[in-house]
Design a protein around this ligand. Structure first.
Ligand code: ADP
Length: 581
């Protein structure tokens, strides 16, 4: 840009110089010619007054020509004398003997002019000498028509002007060269700044909004640089704001527990959050551009979306999808103005499962309470209907009523414990508890029962304390339930209780030589009211709540309980709790 500006300026400068030179040349020639003509006028007046009038009148070529030659030499002009009849009497540039053959000059414009007025003038190429002359003629006083003519060749004059012009051209050339050097010298820093500026503009265009142009200097380039810098800063601030807003939206979406996905008009995923993958039970997150149908593989959800695309407003439905392990989904689909579809999915499976568990629980409780109640009621009525008079059997009836009532009591107590443990705000009265000491205490308390049943009951604990942070009463209850079960379900052999340290954990094991738990029942023994063998269970008292209580207490203490069938028969329950020391 700078280069073309400089070239343009220099061109204009050169044209101006050329025009000036032409004008000056022309003007110079004119003024020199004018001065020369004035000079010739004066010379003509002078020569006319001193011309040898007698010799002219006589037509004495010898005398007149001698005079012309002499004056011509002295004045350095061509001097001619023309007689009234036009014959050339003398000429300083023509030999005397040639004068007779010279053409008659009576019609030369300067001669005609001089005869008609004071002076005659002309400017032409001389036919006699072949040189271009400026002629000025003056009548010789006293003679009827003789004329003295002075002439000067213009060639010399031209040479003079040409010389002046060439000096002018030289000066112009020098000025032009100087101008060129100065212009280039001055333009170079500006060109360099513009190039740097261009680099910055390119970087900004490529997305580097931190790029800034130099704001040095006080010219227009600095002004433009300042403006571009301001624009880049503004653009950067806007982009940062937009990015921050986008990040915040993405963070919000990511933090949502509901699955959210935006689909374009062709069913391709525009954006999805992580909760969607979890809600639909997919192994991996989708990528933007994936087809939703191919990613989710749930025909029920597909059918719902097809319906939502043509629905008048938002569509909401509870879907049970087979593809995702029978999940229950609450799906809401809304069509947006641009034809895209927003789908929000909530996995209702845990809620529905809880509801089912609660329903089952109520049914189970009712069932468990109903059996002893029916029994109590039946025996009470039998007693009233005459059983009281049956001295042999009435005691047996009352004992059954007592047993069933204590079963009811056991169930309600266990239920109360469970309710207490399940309370959302259930808080443990935490303190350090030595599991080794606890195990010894529980086995000691149950030893008489084991002895009565003909079973051994051993307790192996390390010398040191094995301390966990917990509530002693609950932990005691947990261990009691496990040992109580072991004693209940074991007919021969015995029960071993072990406490040990395993890294950062404390382990508590209760092992027996009983029948263990059938494989198919293993997963369910920790469920409420679940009892393995209903027929056998009738003989062995129990509520089906003991292991459920064990599991709850363990989990409240951030621990884990596991069950294993031992290879040679027998059951092994392992409780693992975080250890304090
Ligand atoms: P219950 O009151 O019936 O003992 P639990 O919840 O304590 O209820 O136990 C659930 C079921 O697990 C029991 O009915 C029993 O069938 C089985 N079970 C528990 N402990 C043992 C064990 N040590 N040996 C064999 N089976 C067991």
């Amino acid at each position: 840009m700078i280069r073309s500006l400089v070239t343009g300026l220099l061109l204009a400068f050169a044209v101006a110089l050329a025009a000036l030179a032409l004008f000056v040349g022309h003007h110079e020639r004119r003024s020199v010619e004018a001065a020369l003509e004035t000079q010739l006028h004066r010379d003509a007046v002078l020569l006319a007054s001193i011309a040898p009038a007698d010799a002219v009148l006589r037509g004495d070529r010898g005398a007149v020509d001698a005079w012309a030659d002499e004056t011509g030499r002295e004045l350095e002009h061509r001097v001619s004398v023309i007689a009234a009849d036009g014959a050339v009497l003398g000429d300083s540039r023509v030999r005397t003997d040639s004068l007779a053959v010279i053409e008659n000059h009576g019609h030369r414009p300067e001669v005609v002019g001089a005869r008609a007025g004071a002076f005659g003038r002309d400017r032409r190429r001389s036919e006699t000498t072949g040189v271009e002359y400026l002629y000025v003629a003056r009548r010789v006083p006293g003679d009827a028509g003789a004329v003295v003519r002075v002439a000067m060749p213009l060639a010399g004059l031209r040479g003079h002007v040409r010389e002046a012009l060439s000096v002018l051209w030289l000066l112009a050339g020098l000025a032009f060269g100087f101008g060129l050097v100065v212009a280039l010298w001055r333009a170079r820093p500006a060109a360099r700044r513009l190039r740097a500026f261009e680099d910055v503009a390119r970087r900004i265009e490529a997305g580097d909004l931190a790029a800034r142009a130099s704001e040095e200097g006080r010219d227009e380039i600095t002004e433009v640089a300042r403006m571009v810098n301001r624009m880049a800063a503004g653009l950067r601030a806007t982009l940062e704001k937009v990015a921050a807003e986008r990040d915040m939206r993405e963070e919000m979406l990511a933090a949502m527990t509901d699955g959210v996905v935006l689909l374009d008009g062709h069913g391709a995923i525009v954006h999805a959050n992580a909760a969607l993958t979890r809600a639909l039970g997919r192994p991996a997150d989708p990528a933007a551009g994936d087809r939703f149908t191919e990613w989710c593989r749930l025909p029920e959800l597909d059918a719902f979306l097809t319906e939502a695309r043509v629905a008048a407003g938002a569509l909401r439905r509870e879907l049970v999808v087979r593809g995702a392990a029978g999940r229950t989904l609450d799906a809401v689909a809304s069509r947006l103005a641009d034809g895209s579809l927003l789908l929000v999915v909530r996995d209702l499976t845990p809620i529905r499962h809880l509801e089912r568990v609660r329903q089952d629980f109520v049914a189970n409780v009712s069932h468990e309470l109903k059996t002893p109640l029916t029994s109590i009621l039946g025996y009470a009525e039998t007693l009233l209907d005459g059983g009281l008079d049956d001295a042999d059997r009435r005691r047996g009836f009352v004992e059954t009523i007592r047993d069933q009532a204590s079963r009811l009591q056991a169930i309600t107590e266990d239920l109360l414990v469970l309710a207490e443990l399940e309370r959302p705000d259930a808080a443990l009265a935490l303190g350090p508890v030595d599991l080794a000491q606890l195990a010894r205490a529980v086995t000691a308390a149950l030893a008489p029962r084991a002895h009565k049943a003909g079973l051994t009951l051993d307790c192996a604990t390390p010398e040191r304390e094995v301390v966990v942070l917990g509530e002693r009463v609950r932990l005691e209850q947990m261990l009691f339930n496990l040992v109580d079960n072991a004693l209940k379900y074991t007919e021969h052999g015995g029960v071993k209780v072990r406490v040990a340290v395993d890294g950062a954990a404390a382990t508590l094991e209760v092992e027996d030589t009983g029948p263990g738990v059938p494989e198919e029942a293993r997963a369910r023994i920790f469920e409420r009211f679940y009892r393995v063998d209903a027929a056998r269970s009738r003989e062995i008292p129990g509520t089906g709540l003991g292991l459920s209580i064990v599991k709850h207490i363990t989990e409240l203490h951030h621990g884990k309980v596991e069950f294993t069938n031992l290879p040679g028969g027998g059951a092994l329950f392992t409780v693992r709790l975080p250890r304090l020391s």
